[in-house]
Design a protein around this ligand. Sequence first.
Ligand SMILES: [Zn+2]
Ligand SMILES: [Zn+2]
Ligand SMILES: [Zn+2]
Ligand SMILES: [Zn+2]
Ligand SMILES: [Zn+2]
Ligand SMILES: [Zn+2]
Length: 364
Amino acid sequence: DGTERPSEPGTPPPASPRSQPPEEEEDEDFQFLLCEGCGQDSAQPRLLGCLHTLCPGCLSDTKQCPLCRAAAGAPAVENLLFCNLRSRLHLWRQIRSACGPGCSRCRAEAALVWCADCEEFFCGRCFEEHQWWHKKRQHRCHRLEELRAGSVRQFLEDTKTAGSLYCSSASHVGESRVCSIYCPRCERALCCPCALLDTAHAPFRDLRAESLRRQDELRSLRRDLRRLRGSFEAALARLRGEAARREEQRRRLRDGVRASAERLQQLVRREAEELQALLEARPERGPSALAEELSGAEGALLRLEAAERLVERLGRYGGEQELMDMQPFVRGALLELRRLRPPAPAPLREPAHFALCRARLRAL
Ligand SMILES: [Zn+2]
Ligand SMILES: [Zn+2]
Ligand SMILES: [Zn+2]
Ligand SMILES: [Zn+2]
Ligand SMILES: [Zn+2]
Ligand SMILES: [Zn+2]
């Protein structure tokens, strides 16, 4: 019947059915397909020069990568790997869905076979037709029940080699000729007939060899970059340590400044109190020279005023008797008063504790 086991040239026989990992693990494994900016699924993931992958929405109005802040250099390209992996995962989910995929051709029956070359599902009848049409060229077809029995990793492994590289030469548009030759000068893959016509660019390379060479080159670059990453991690650790040390130093200095300021404030307050006490409460040891001069001058002034008043009243109200009786005494007193001299404006010696106080203020 039409559901005969399809031939599978080019692909190894399906591995024995393995235990299917739980659904969460599958989802978890392919989280990297989501946009690294917003975490949304995108049909057109774009790869930036910094090798981060973003959806067009996250990429639209930015001059730099929002993840690593690298300036946008070369324009972003389509992330072909993620695109294809995403559609292969979509296929896998269709195959694993409860009702299974329908036939891509008649759209009536449930599909039984997946053709990796046509990238279509076929029911039994449509698959028979497919085999009749392509009897010259064998397509890589897989029975869905065998795919279902395998794991998602096995499915992705099987479909990895499925898509062949077709010659893109304009001389045979519409035909799909598989490439096997690589032109190093044009940096593109050619089919055999095109390579025969492209004599100017010989010698060519085998496409498979070129593919291996590119893989080797990428692997060796990756080794170099891993070493570089090691030294970057070391440098980053050193810088972080330095930053932490600096922060610690800053904290200690700040504490020191605060403690010193408090100590100084206390010191100044205590000193001020002591000086005030020195000035106010200092017990006087006898009258100072200034106080003596003050009271002497005050007394002299009072006596001069009294003498003036007495002489004036004696003249105004006194008769001869008073004049004769009192004149000798008054005259003696006035002569005594006339010897008085006002204090000279000589500088006075400052008290010793003033100088002490001033010196301590200056030291403060
Ligand atoms: Zn996004
Ligand atoms: Zn980036
Ligand atoms: Zn069909
Ligand atoms: Zn096919
Ligand atoms: Zn060429
Ligand atoms: Zn060609």
